[in-house]
Design a protein around this ligand. Sequence first.
Ligand SMILES: [Zn+2]
Length: 469
Amino acid sequence: MTKIGLEIHCQLTNLESKLFCSCKANYREFSPNVNICPICIGLPGSLPMLNQKAIEKAAIISMALNCKTPKKIAFFRKNYFYPDLPKNFQITQYDAYGPTSIGYDGKITVEGKEIRIRRIQIEEDPGRLIYEGTSEKTQITLVDYNRAGTPLVEIVTEPDFENPKQVRLFLNILVDLLTNLSVSDPTLEGALRADGNVSLEGGNKVEIKNVTSFHDLEKAIHFEITRQQSLVERGIEIISETRQWDDRRKITVSARAKEEESDYRYFLEGDIPWIKLSQEHFNKLKEKMPESISSKRDRYVNQYAIPGQVADILSSDKFFADLFEKSHDDLNAKEIANIITTDLMGFVDTREKREGLKLTSQHLTELANAIISNKISRTSAKIALQEIVNTGKPLSEIISEKDLGNVSDESEITEIIDEVINEESNAIKEIKEKPETVNFLVGQVMKKTRGKANPSTTLTILKKKLGLS
Ligand SMILES: [Zn+2]
């Protein structure tokens, strides 16, 4: 049986400052090596000051992943030399004396399959190495320490995945969960990075690193399973190693023999004391936690009779779920959910479009109410929605500018019906025998009014005229 496990690094991008100093956590907007201080570049004599908010955010992630939390947490030094790590050790968490990381023994269910979370730990991100060309062939490597010391949470799963598809589904759920908790923005480059490990029944474990996208991780795991299976068939032993994903050739290549945990010489970080976590503090955090995606989904279905599939899509996207919450009441909830998931999500499909969105919750309320009260047809509503997204103009202005309002005036509709009756003498004969074919005439009226005639008024007048009612 194939066993796949994951190690996911998630930056706490919603924090103001780094994990152990007051430098900005958002390193992305700076020129290289300006967002730094003696602490995050590890100058001798500097001392770390722990960011309390980072502990709180990590605790929230831990609770959302159904983890247990220890009474006390500790930090450790993981020693290794690499140019992006100015201190020559990374401050992280390690369960040397029983569980002392922020979370352990969690679980999350993916399509009925339980994936166990082994551990969640808080740690600092290293700096960034920038290569000229590719890392293998580069002549010049530059180091940018702006990222050094930014807060990360590492989520380690048990090897419970059986195939790459489960990995993809899990990562999708995790992205939605982290966004919903407002702890991280996984759409930012490098904010969420996952490494995988793969082993076949009884075989050694191989780690896959350096995968830049979740899409490629799925491919890399798939490749690795096939590679290991072919080795087993030929009676060749699978060696325990770290392999890199070669993005160009779409294969994994041997990188180095896998380090053992003992290679890192973990020892307690003496500059940060053990931290007691009170149950009271956890309870307070729990109260402030946002509603979970699954509870939101159930509420949409039960309270507003929104179809399950629509509720799934809406609840798992925080941006649109928030918009829904601000715009709906009991009567228009279903219509608004429908507008958002059928049309709006398609119009607003990038990060940039979301950030520059001119549509407000008031626009949505008005649009849904206009549909419900038959002031505008669904076809016209879609045109109006696109115009609102583009311009932010009020709905009433768009309706009159583009002449999108429904024709509800009975005399106006009667005039058009008379025209249709004159033109469709064959259809009229058929209706006398099969009254249900009257809908054909309603369709013809709609055509003439470009979908704007009020359908129920049209049907009533038609039936009266043809003596069907
Ligand atoms: Zn700093």
